[in-house]
Write a protein of this length. Structure first.
Lengths: 546, 315
């Protein structure tokens, strides 16, 4: 009896607590797949208007594509809010967006872009050539700002306004990839808002109320929770079918998978493939392998003498069973790379390059040729009494650690003494990228849909993204020739030769071209066969099927 | 009493100062810099421009003096990674953590005292063993593991509860939408503090029950329920106030893990964000706020203690 009284009292208190919660002002649960096409009677399979999609992002976005804090989580939002002069087409070639057509002068030093005259900013202002000139001249070319992605525009001198709807890009030297660069996180921002402001401190725009030209405009944003975009009915292109696009801020990758399976998320590119089996077996979800312009690499610091010998780099590559890593860690989502131009760039990619089979014996032979042999029988190769030790520094992110551990084992069995140091990302950047104080590292590059890899391996880029500090006049000449030729056939030949050169010389120790595991709920249709980031350019075609 | 307060406040100020110095130098001396200077593909010039924009080209000592000068005037600076005032970012997130903490404390205290008393009066019996058993389990199981398991069970397999988030706030109120998002995080946080309260109540109650005045109460013929709930419980509750005060800091640190797992947008997720992005002003701001909360809680416990128990004199 005594106990019962307490239980009654306790229950009473609990109900008071719950009732108290009512007055707190909560909200209802989000249902993300709600696909009410109000009164739509679309036939099955036909695109229908209405509904919304939910996309995960790992942190709060910055609504300014040029802001130094605009990372991947911002890119996927900005690509939908804003528009660039060009966009990535379904074959990865640049197609018109704000620009309707473009041509270059004879010497390819002047590019003329003709702009649409029917584009309105989300606040109703007219978009003109002035906005383009402002974005490039005042933001991108202002070195003191340190804007994102300026490395693509190092050859850009200035942007001239010809008339309200025509601009001219004046280059220092020809850049055939310019239209491709203009489709890659280089969206135009409004002059009428940024004029005279500090573009990074303008939080009323960057964090609160962005004004773009894209197919969707901002509806609401709650820091740490979500960004909701709604259809822009004044959009200059095809009006989007979806009512809303919701980006949910969810830092944890396990949560992404959980919410996908429970239908709370609609589409994203899966980074951590360890859950892929569970996703593939789920009935409401589809997984597609998408090619992306990316390559994974090991870099061996060319400032360190022992890595300058190409035979050592080749031996490292022969030591690693890359297919096994692809099959186990990447669950098959990738193809072996022996050069840097990914199969996603179908026009330029070739597999007619020097191949490096998994062949530890060949690796040992190459090392012996280079003077490295195991003379004291301790399993580690040595030269002049010095064992071959490798300091292998990587940042902890995605599957980099798992991959590196396998690489370490492979290299150990060939006879390298590898010290793997998996460190927090920021510290790795400090050591490897900023201070260049490293011997070997493993990571990946993602680049715009153009085969010009000068930024990563030209000797001019040693202070930039040529982190291995590889310098070779022959490769430089090939990269320059490719960068300066707009003729596709001619470019193809140059880049095939460049790939063969890369595979022979290994400026990077190429690992694989990863495929993106794109996961999506079955009710979401109309997504083109592109990597998730590129498919966002076509979000106006996405629709929800009941 | 006044002298005690002045003393304690003085001590708290010194403590706060030491905490800020340690934190400031630790975070500034850690390798790497703010995210804006730490993009994989940023060029050396882009990095340099950002370092100068953020004032990081100044020596650490100069930056600390600048920071503390502004901080004592109530200005915690501007977040490196969002350019928003730090105070604003903290105030945005703080209510969510308070919400989680308040629900957890209410549930833990009610349930904890109930179970603790039950365990004490049924000492050595089945109820006592069951309660003890689960207390030990609750103390031993790591919160992150239990959290993931509960998500697996309730969100994925059963589909009853949302796996993360705070639900959509601000729209029309929906009781289930509100409560369903709270259940799992509050449950996890409760498991980190409930066993402490249960065990503390139990031992405190046992101690009181063996006192002479309880025997006197029984001897004078008071009903057993009166003896337990009026004479014993009231007196055994005094030390429990202390433990609740001590559990609040623990709840705040538990919130970091719990919030991360459940995507709960409170101070816990904010501090992770700040530390990972090397957002120095934000790290400092959150540290100051949490230190103040902990210090104030301890102070309140001390004051409350002397109020409840006349034998304790803070002189």
């Amino acid at each position: 009896m005594k106990n019962n009284k307490w239980i009654v009292l306790f229950t009473l208190l609990m109900s008071i607590v719950l009732l108290a919660a009512c007055s707190y002002g909560g909200g209802d649960e989000t249902s993300t797949q709600s696909a009410e096409g109000e009164g739509e009677q679309a036939a099955e399979g036909e695109p229908q208007s209405g509904g919304s999609v939910s996309i995960p992002i790992v942190a709060d976005p910055t609504f300014n594509p040029w802001h130094p804090n605009a990372y991947a989580e911002s890119n996927v939002v900005n690509r939908v809010l804003f528009s660039g002069l060009t966009q990535t087409g379904e074959d990865l070639e640049p197609i018109p967006d704000l620009a309707t057509e473009w041509e270059t002068s004879e010497d390819e030093l002047e590019w003329t872009f003709h702009l649409r005259d029917d584009v309105l900013w989300h606040d109703g202002e007219q978009f003109t050539a002035e906005d383009v000139a402002f974005t490039f001249n005042e933001i991108v070319l202002n070195e003191a700002l340190g804007a994102n992605n300026t490395s693509y525009f190092q050859m850009l001198q200035e942007v001239q306004v010809v008339d309200d709807y025509t601009v001219k890009f004046i280059m220092d030297s020809p850049v055939a990839a310019l239209p491709a660069y203009l489709s890659f996180n280089t969206e135009i921002i409004p002059q009428h808002i940024f004029e005279g402001q500090d573009p990074w401190d303008l939080t009323s725009f960057n964090k609160e109320n962005p004004v773009g030209t894209g197919a969707f405009k901002l509806k609401s944003y709650t820091s740490g929770q979500s960004v909701v975009l709604e259809r822009n009915d004044d959009f200059y292109g095809d009006i989007a079918l979806l009512d809303e696009v919701e980006y949910k801020v969810l830092a944890d990758a396990n949560t992404h998978v959980a919410q996908l399976l429970s239908g709370e998320l609609s589409i994203f590119a899966l980074d951590d493939l360890s859950a892929i089996d569970r996703i593939e077996s789920a009935e409401n979800v589809t997984v597609e392998a998408r090619e992306t312009p990316r390559f994974f690499w090991i870099i061996a610091n060319q400032e360190v003498e022992k890595y300058q010998d190409v035979r050592v780099r080749q031996a490292i590559l022969h030591s690693i069973d890359r297919q096994n890593i692809i099959d186990t860690v990447l669950k098959g989502y990738g193809t072996i790379a022996d050069a840097g131009i990914a199969p996603a760039l179908a026009d330029y990619y070739t597999d007619d390059v020097t191949r490096y089979e998994y062949d530890p014996e060949r690796a040992k032979e190459l090392l012996a040729e280079a003077g490295w042999e195991d003379t004291d029988g301790d399993g580690i190769v040595d030269k002049d009494g010095e064992p071959f030790t490798i300091d292998f520094e990587i940042g902890i992110q995605g599957d980099l650690e798992a991959v590196s551990q396998m690489v370490q084992q492979y290299l150990l069995s060939t006879g390298f003494d590898v010290n793997l140091n998996a460190m927090e990302w920021n510290s790795m950047i400090q050591d490897v990228v900023v201070n260049r104080d490293y011997e070997m590292s493993l990571n990946w590059w993602r680049y715009p849909a153009d085969p010009d890899l000068s930024a990563y391996m030209h000797s001019n880029s040693v202070a930039g993204n040529n982190i291995p500090a590889y310098q070779n006049p022959e490769l430089d000449a090939l990269l320059e020739a490719g960068a300066q030729t707009s003729d596709i056939e001619e470019r193809k030949e140059i880049y095939i030769e460049a790939q063969q050169f890369m595979s022979e010389e290994l400026p990077y120790i190429f690992l694989w071209y990863p495929q993106e595991a794109q996961v999506r709920v079955n009710s979401l249709q109309g997504v083109p066969d592109l990597a998730f980031g590129d498919a966002l350019h076509h979000i106006h075609k996405w629709y929800i099927e009941e | 009493m006044l002298r005690f307060l002045v003393n304690r406040l003085g001590q708290s100020m010194i403590l706060l100062l030491i905490v800020t110095i340690i934190t400031f130098f630790l975070i500034n001396l850690a390798p790497g810099g703010p995210s804006s200077t730490m993009r994989m593909d940023a060029t050396a010039e882009e990095r340099q421009a950002m370092v100068e924009n953020l004032g990081l080209d100044q020596p650490v000592l100069v930056r600390y003096v600048d920071w503390i000068t502004n901080a004592v005037q109530g200005d915690l600076g501007v977040s490196f990674n969002t350019s928003e005032p730090v105070t604003q970012r903290i105030l945005e997130r703080l209510p969510y953590t308070i919400e989680l903490t308040v629900f957890t404390i209410i549930i833990s205290v009610l349930l904890g005292i109930f179970l603790g008393v039950l365990s004490a009066i049924k000492r050595g019996k089945a109820q006592d063993h069951v309660i003890n058993f689960f207390s030990v389990i609750g103390l031993s199981v790591p919160a992150f593991w239990l959290g993931l398991m509960l998500i697996l069970l309730f969100s994925i397999n059963l589909g009853w509860l949302p796996s993360s988030g705070v639900g959509s706030r601000g729209g029309e109120f929906n009781l289930w939408g509100y409560v369903s998002h709270l259940i799992l995080p509050v449950l996890i946080l409760t498991t980190t503090v409930l066993p402490n309260i249960v065990r503390f109540t139990r031992s405190s109650m046992l101690e009181v029950i063996s006192q002479n005045y309880i025997r006197t109460a029984r001897a004078k013929g008071a009903k057993e329920s009166i003896v337990l709930y009026v004479h014993a419980l009231r007196n055994s509750l005094i030390p429990i106030i202390t433990i609740i005060g001590m559990l609040i800091p623990r709840l705040l640190s538990g919130a970091v893990i719990t919030e991360a797992i459940f995507g709960w947008t409170g101070i816990g997720t904010l501090i992770i964000e700040a530390a990972r992005g090397r957002d120095y002003p934000l790290v400092m701001g959150v540290t100051v706020v949490i230190t103040v909360v902990v210090v104030v809680c301890n102070l309140l416990v001390d004051i409350l203690y002397s109020r409840v128990d006349p034998r304790v004199k803070n002189v």
